[in-house]
Design a protein around this ligand. Sequence first.
Ligand code: NAD
Ligand code: IPM
Ligand code: MN
Length: 367
Amino acid sequence: MSNPSLLILPGDGIGQEVMAEVRRVIDWFGAKRDLAFDVSEDLVGGAAYDAHGTPLHDDTMAKAQEVDAVLLGAVGGPKYDDLDFSVKPERGLLRLRKEMDLFANLRPAQCFDALADFSSLKKDIVAGLDIMIVRELTSGVYFGEPRGIHTEDNMRVGVNTQRYTEAEIERGARAAFDLAMKRDKKLCSMEKANVMESGILWRDVVTEVSKDYPEVELSHMYADNGAMQLVRAPKQFDVIYTDNLFGDILSDCAAMLTGSLGMLPSASLGAPMANGRPKAMYEPVHGSAPDIAGQGKANPIACILSFAMALRYSFDEGADATRLETAIEKVLADGVRTGDLLGDADTTPVSTSGMTDAILAALDASL
Ligand code: NAD
Ligand code: IPM
Ligand code: MN
């Protein structure tokens, strides 16, 4: 049987730096755990624009549809700020999500014990935190029509439309309830049913779906209160299910509960393919970090943890996913830190590759 296939799209800025580290981790699993992948690499975002004049070439899109999983670094950067909207780096990422129909974006936020002191919140508020945000990823205001900038009465008007069908809300809800069943059986749905009709429908549909999951305790919260509660008492949550835009914002907020945006992985999952695996793309939650790009300072953990999610959700290798997560936990417990995990502490940070060196050593020790 041939090896499972992985398409690697490093993208821009620190996306390229952290993905180089993920390749070392992939190689380790091939060499030491007999988990070999057929890896191919291609361009996305600004890098693709520079080469082809488009942030995602049709051939790359076609490859993404064929492989067992895609790993993406990050896209964007100031160099591309003035490009026409239709060819901005971010459009490449959004096209991948939309055309692969990756409707369920899993964004776990876990606070590793060793980092509990480092969070901007008090230690007892975040220690032991383990929540899962499920963000609907292929609809809502990111994709709703009408959209655009037009002129009315000599004034420019910018338009975006929040639009959700019942089916879109339902399939994401089922993914979130399924996850809740494997966790603490608690799901909080977040919308703005007080001011948005799409929020009223969201609440209705989620309540309907919950009848198929009688063991899961369902609650509803307005998303603004949800943001406040996430910072006030994040451990009250287990699974959070929310829309595309609220999920984008709430997951960045959750990142700071874990210590740094450089720690947060994600999995974007769609329907099962013919081989039974879900359509899937794995990417860190962070962006291309232009402020530190090219300096060897980026924390590779979010991207490496995204590969761990690939092992778990695409390849059914949960034990090796845990092996990798445990290695990262050990390295953090040993005090190894990239700059984003230091704050003002008077310790020398390791480089991007230095962090991976430590993780590979911990993996070796796990054998
Ligand atoms: P960002 O996530 O790139 O950076 C925000 C802050 O977090 C910066 O100070 C950065 O240095 C820090 N940071 C992020 N990841 C880090 C890591 N791994 N290690 C250490 N520090 C890290 O967000 P931004 O600055 O708002 O956006 C920059 C560009 O990235 C924009 O073009 C944006 O559109 C794009 N972006 C892309 C993605 C993606 O590809 N999935 C996600 C978010 C933003
Ligand atoms: C994310 C990013 C993307 C989003 C951008 C880069 C399109 O912020 O993955 O969180 O808004 O979804
Ligand atoms: Mn975001």
